[in-house]
Design a protein around this ligand. Structure first.
Ligand SMILES: Cc1ncc(COP(=O)(O)O)c(C=O)c1O
Length: 377
């Protein structure tokens, strides 16, 4: 019996470890194994320091994942029994973390230009029950309406949690993603800007959150008395993953430069191409380009395009996400009016984007895309 072999010449993403990065990681893991210190050691501290330096914030706390980072922040802001405003076009754990924290998620529609909140819907959805806002920098692009979003939260005294899972190293007018809100959460999942397999970080200027997160991630144990004074969990990042993440972080500038160069190359080839809308990135806005996404004209059948790209060119492309309210478990959150999210994501197409993607590969993908679009228009 013959197995069907799938030929993929250009993957959607691939984690990247440079030769020197791998050497450092091997040596670091050897050092950890020899020392016997597998948790709460020097690599977690070095990783946290690298985040404090990167985001220019006084506190950074390493944790198991971005999802647990979000949950710790939500618990700290005491959302249980209230509502949390969450974008309807994002990753599902933004909503799961809210539900695990004992609050109701209220989905907010998307602005198709910024991929962030639709400000009118944000106004409509806020209420006296709103206990926090989760603001996602989708695809690694910060909204040009960042000033309005921050003011919206500040004026109402609502904690603003930045989900920076896609946005490590992104900035707007020189301010890093994560430094605008009250707390920021980062992910080291395999597809992310840096990875340690899994892993996460909270960054904040709030010293009480710093202390709270340090206790919650380590069983709820008070750092001074050693007593378990809170209901905690085991959500600390172990030394081996902290070591991997730290050496990835040492190369962050190179990783970002690579992603930005690939995005610039895609832009150059695809700009003004019939059937496509590219994202408009304003001056002063420096995305991390976790994803490179284009938006297709309604006349183009996206599923057929995705299939043709894969079958005829070996190019893997995908939608950004399914809207959260279209996932089975979250259908009850659909208020019937999240139309911009549905339309924007239905037309979205993310092209291969990862460190190590060559210029020639970018050209091949862009050529495959324009060839297939011409046939479908
Ligand atoms: C926007 C967003 N938030 C949160 C997460 C969750 O991150 P983690 O897997 O580290 O929990 C992800 C994806 O993995 C994500 O894409």
């Amino acid at each position: 019996m013959f197995m069907e072999v799938e030929v993929v010449s250009i993957p959607f993403m691939r984690p990247y470890f440079s030769e020197s990065g791998r050497k450092n990681i091997h040596a670091g893991i050897e050092e950890i194994l020899q020392s016997g210190r597998l948790m709460m050691g020097p690599y977690a501290e070095k990783l946290e320091q690298s985040f404090r330096d990167q985001v220019s914030l006084p506190h950074a706390i390493s944790v198991t994942t971005c999802t647990t980072a979000l949950q710790i922040c939500l618990q700290y802001f005491d959302v249980a029994g209230g509502e949390v405003l969450v974008p309807s076009g994002s990753f599902v754990t933004d909503v799961s973390a809210v539900q695990w924290s004992g609050a109701d998620a209220v989905l907010v529609d998307m602005n198709s230009q910024t991929l962030s909140f639709d400000m009118e819907d944000l106004e409509r959805k806020v209420s006296s029950r709103t206990k926090a806002i989760i603001w996602v920098h989708l695809a690694g692009i910060m909204s040009s309406e960042h000033g309005q979003i921050v003011s919206f939260a500040r004026e109402r005294g609502i904690p603003l949690i930045e989900d920076c899972a896609h946005a490590l190293g992104a900035s707007v007018d020189g301010v890093q993603a994560g430094a605008l809100g009250d707390a920021a959460c980062y992910s080291f999942y395999p597809t992310k800007i840096i990875t340690s397999g899994t892993g996460g970080m909270i960054a904040t200027r709030d010293s009480a959150l710093d202390r709270y997160a340090r206790e919650i991630r380590l069983f709820g144990r008070d750092a001074e008395t050693g007593k378990v004074g809170r209901l905690g969990n085991d959500w600390f990042l172990d030394e081996i993953r902290a070591c991997v993440a730290y050496f990835q972080m040492c190369e962050l500038d190179e990783f970002l430069a690579h992603r930005r160069a690939s995005a610039g190359h895609y832009d150059q080839i695809l700009r003004n191409h019939p059937g496509l809308r590219l994202l408009d990135v304003p001056n002063g806005n420096l995305p991390s380009y976790y994803q490179y996404s284009v938006f297709l004209d309604a006349a183009i059948n996206r599923e057929e395009l995705i299939k043709n790209l894969k079958d005829r060119h070996g190019v893997v492309a995908k939608e950004i996400y399914l809207p959260t309210h279209k996932e089975t478990v979250f259908q009850h959150l659909d208020d019937g009016a999240l139309k911009q999210t549905e339309e924007t994501l239905a037309r979205s197409l993310c092209l291969p984007m990862f460190v190590g993607l060559g210029n020639q590969e970018v050209e091949e993908v862009a050529h495959a895309l324009t060839t297939e679009i011409r046939q479908l228009l």
